[in-house]
Design a protein around this ligand. Structure first.
Ligand SMILES: Cc1cc2nc3c(=O)[nH]c(=O)nc-3n(C[C@H](O)[C@H](O)[C@H](O)COP(=O)(O)O)c2cc1C
Length: 363
């Protein structure tokens, strides 16, 4: 029997009103001090009918920032800014997790304290660009993190998780995907360390798992999820052993008892099958909720739900132009297209001014 996305789902101690998740989407609209403002509260509030919203990636420290005007969650002002966002979502009956982010080498000296080099597992520059001063430019040359610096990064994630709860979030998603710091450590194309954090599969997974364990310790496994992208080349990462690496990681995440894994299946925002990978293996290894993402539409999500390949489905790009995506999918209403010029940065245009479809035009 065909299953439906439009029924409630129990995620840990939360009841989600449906199985449609808003994927994390960076929009570069934080105010001074990297504080999310009223417009951001309005934007997320408009999208609160998703079963769960996952916030845009949010840096845990200044060192963890890689793009202009992305929000943080390490200062009191940022916590207060986020409280407006979580209140707006909760007022409409929605649920929201924050995605906790350290970009590692995907940064630029202009964004770092005193123009310092961005940090990375190894001093290997990423072949990718960042968004600074309203334009896309090459990332800076990174420096390799010293062993003694790693506990400080784990601690920054831990504090950010505590701040997330103080800001009213329902939980946090550790950003372990898309070529950022934790993914850089996991993948051997970016990590040539010879200490306990490089080399073997276990060593390369260590930082991601230590961070996740610290977050669990701080706020509880029921409020902790993680995003991974095993085969995505996003931001210039590559891996010679993705299946074995991520089978191991997911076994360990399962042992930590976290509430979900959120898996970008394939190339982030690109083909789902450019690199062979058995996502079913991750699904089988993990006892709690599996959130699938990448290139889903209603038809594909419904068929994967019916085949029990995933529990929840995250939609990214469709949520930019369709604040009422859930209702549109449910009623078969057409989806609005998005304006590429207003995705990153700016104000209300292309952010909060995409209208919900008028009830009268529903079929
Ligand atoms: C504008 C934009 C911003 C994004 N920002 C993030 C982000 O902050 N964190 C993240 O993990 N992925 C981010 N992604 C990736 C999306 O979450 C998602 O994985 C991707 O768009 C594929 O899903 P879709 O086919 O439903 O759009 C972003 C994608 C886009 C288009």
């Amino acid at each position: 029997m065909t299953k439906t996305l439009f029924e409630p789902y129990t995620l840990g101690s939360l009841t989600l009103s449906n199985r449609i998740i808003m994927a994390p989407l960076t929009r570069n609209r934080a105010g001074p001090g990297f504080v999310p403002g009223d417009l951001t509260a309005e934007y997320y509030g408009q999208r609160a009918s998703a079963g769960l919203l996952i916030s845009e990636a949010t840096q845990i420290s200044q060192q963890g920032q890689g793009y202009q005007d992305t929000p943080g969650i390490y200062s009191q002002a940022q916590i207060e800014g986020w409280r407006k966002v979580t209140s707006a979502v909760h007022a409409k009956g929605g649920r929201i997790f924050v995605q906790l982010w350290h970009v590692g080498r995907v940064s630029h000296i202009e964004l770092q304290e005193n123009g310092a080099a961005p940090v990375a597992p190894s001093a290997i520059r990423a072949k990718t660009k960042t968004f600074v001063n309203d334009g896309f430019i090459d990332v800076s040359e990174p420096r390799a993190l010293k062993l003694h610096e790693l506990p400080g990064i784990v601690d920054d994630f831990r504090k950010a998780a505590a701040n997330a709860v103080a800001a009213g979030f329902d939980g946090v998603e550790v950003h372990g995907a898309n070529g950022y710091l934790l993914d850089q450590f996991a993948k051997d194309g970016a990590n040539v360390r010879t200490d306990a954090y490089g080399g073997s599969i276990e060593n390369r997974a260590r930082l991601m798992l230590e961070v996740t364990a610290a977050v669990v310790e701080e706020i509880g496994a029921e409020r902790t999820g993680i995003r991974i992208s095993p085969v995505s080349p996003a931001n210039g990462v590559s891996s010679s052993d993705a299946q074995a690496q991520f089978d191991y990681i997911v076994d360990q995440l399962d042992a930590l008892g976290i509430v979900y894994i959120h898996v970008v299946e394939g190339t982030t925002g690109g083909p789902r099958d450019a690199t062979p990978f058995d996502f079913g293996s991750l699904r089988r290894r993990f006892g709690n909720t599996y959130i699938a993402n990448n290139g889903y539409d209603l038809e594909l999500a419904t068929s994967h739900l019916t085949e029990d390949k995933a529990d929840l489905f995250a939609f990214g790009r469709p949520f930019i132009g369709n604040p009422d995506l859930v209702e549109r999918l449910q009623t078969g209403a057409p989806l609005a297209q998005i304006n590429p010029a207003t995705i990153y940065g700016g104000g209300a245009a292309g952010y909060t001014d995409y209208p919900a479809i008028a009830a009268a035009s529903r079929r």
